[in-house]
Design a protein around this ligand. Structure first.
Ligand SMILES: NC(=O)c1ccc[n+]([C@@H]2O[C@H](COP(=O)([O-])OP(=O)(O)OC[C@H]3O[C@@H](n4cnc5c(N)ncnc54)[C@H](O)[C@@H]3O)[C@@H](O)[C@H]2O)c1
Length: 365
């Protein structure tokens, strides 16, 4: 077990209304009953699950799904398999299962599986009901909310996708008991990003608690709830990410390119934490809060996350930076933290970007 202590059943419910017809209801639950309630009256269910997580939680799934399952696809949580080909295979299974418009897709796994499940649900019959059950800390605190679906394309991260918010998200932190320690820390990396974006003092304080051992029993549930509230408050006003929502991508321009350049040997949360440190260094060079990057790196280190991006990756990164979705003909938009709770989008033309990024990576020398 990943060192999260005994999970409590803190009850919370968050509603994210993206539009009158796009609403996500997120509930904390204890045990499989929460998912069973969401599926009451469901026509039929197609399960898309992380193979290894499903095998660890078979009894949970059986109790939640009962006899409703029409078919299932069990997939590996491997970024190299988060692909069009995997999505195509799942859609073929959905077709064979006879899943109809009133049916439900249930995604059960970490962010990777939930992204793929949501993409398939959005495509099949132009969209069927979607329920997500996140099983990693990162997915509970971030990926399960907001409607971004995706697969990677030609090794570049999340290049193909749709916006398709789940109707319901069921969070049972007891599922984290089997999450490996490194993946717990990966989740803390994404929570660190949310703390920096929001400047939320409670979340910052909680992160310090989460770094400590033993953890307060309900720390994970409380951190998840706070992160989801921050994300909900930012995402609902900009569901298609045309403006303010972009600040949630803090750490991702560098992080995604680093993940691809290194052939996915870092976890997503590790890459995002490194991306936050690099972004903070770049912001300092542009007049941001002095010492912020050292503070962020110190926190990352205390959470057991890597805190030195290293110069070695510089050469191989430019190809993948070019695939960033915030690239334009004039340059690339970076989300930079000028202080806690003060993230801004800054358009950097190529030469300026090279200078700032080069200096930020040089700091590890
Ligand atoms: N859609 C969004 O808004 C959004 C936001 C952030 C990240 N993401 C995506 O999410 C992915 C990263 O998510 P992740 O960190 O959850 O990665 P993941 O889904 O790859 O899971 C990480 C590892 O943890 C394992 N795991 C998950 N739950 C477990 C459990 N309960 N017990 C034991 N093992 C468990 C998985 O099998 C995998 O090996 C990336 O693909 C990223 O692009 C999407």
């Amino acid at each position: 077990m990943g060192g999260l202590g005994t999970m409590s059943a803190r009850a919370w419910k968050i509603v994210a209304s993206f539009s009158p017809s796009w609403e996500t209801s997120l509930v904390s639950t204890s045990g499989p009953g929460g998912l069973a309630r969401v599926l009451e009256g469901a026509g039929g269910v197609f399960l898309i699950a992380d193979r290894s997580v499903a095998s660890l939680h078979t009894a949970w799934l059986e109790a939640a799904l009962g006899g409703r399952v029409l078919g299932s696809a069990l997939i590996e949580a491997d970024e190299r398999l988060k692909s069009m080909s995997t999505a195509g295979g799942i859609i073929a299974e959905m077709s064979d299962s006879g899943l109809m418009r009133e049916g439900f897709v249930v995604g059960f796994g970490g962010g990777l599986v939930c992204d793929v499940a949501a993409l398939c649900a959005s495509l099949w019959l132009r969209g069927v009901n979607l329920v997500l059950v996140p099983t990693s800390l990162l997915c509970m605190a971030d990926a399960c909310l907001g409607g971004k679906t995706a697969v990677n394309y030609r090794r570049a991260r999340n290049q193909v996708g749709t916006f398709y918010p789940a109707g319901a998200v069921v969070v049972d932190t007891a599922l984290l008991e089997t999450l490996p320690e490194r993946e717990v820390r990966s989740g803390l990396g994404e929570i660190l990003k949310t703390a920096l974006v929001s400047g939320d003092a409670a979340l910052g304080g909680l992160l310090a608690d989460l770094a400590a051992r033993p953890l307060p029993p309900d720390a994970a549930s409380e951190a998840v709830e706070l992160c989801l509230r921050v994300k909900r408050d930012i995402a609902v006003g900009d569901p298609l990410e045309r403006g303010r929502r972009r600040i949630l991508n803090l750490g991702h321009t560098f992080g995604h390119a680093l993940e691809s350049a290194r052939g996915f040997d870092l976890t997503h949360g590790e890459a995002v934490a490194l991306g936050c440190i690099v972004a903070a260094r770049m912001a300092e060079a542009l007049g941001g809060s002095p010492g912020l990057s050292v503070e962020v790196a110190g926190l990352a280190s205390s959470l057991g996350l890597p805190c030195a991006p290293g110069k070695a990756v510089r050469g191989s990164m430019s190809r993948f930076l070019g695939r960033d979705k915030k690239s334009t003909s004039e340059g690339r938009a970076w989300i930079l933290p000028f202080g806690w709770g003060d993230c801004r989008q800054v358009l950097l033309e190529r030469t300026r970007e090279r200078e700032l990024l080069g200096a930020a990576l040089e700091a590890d020398a």
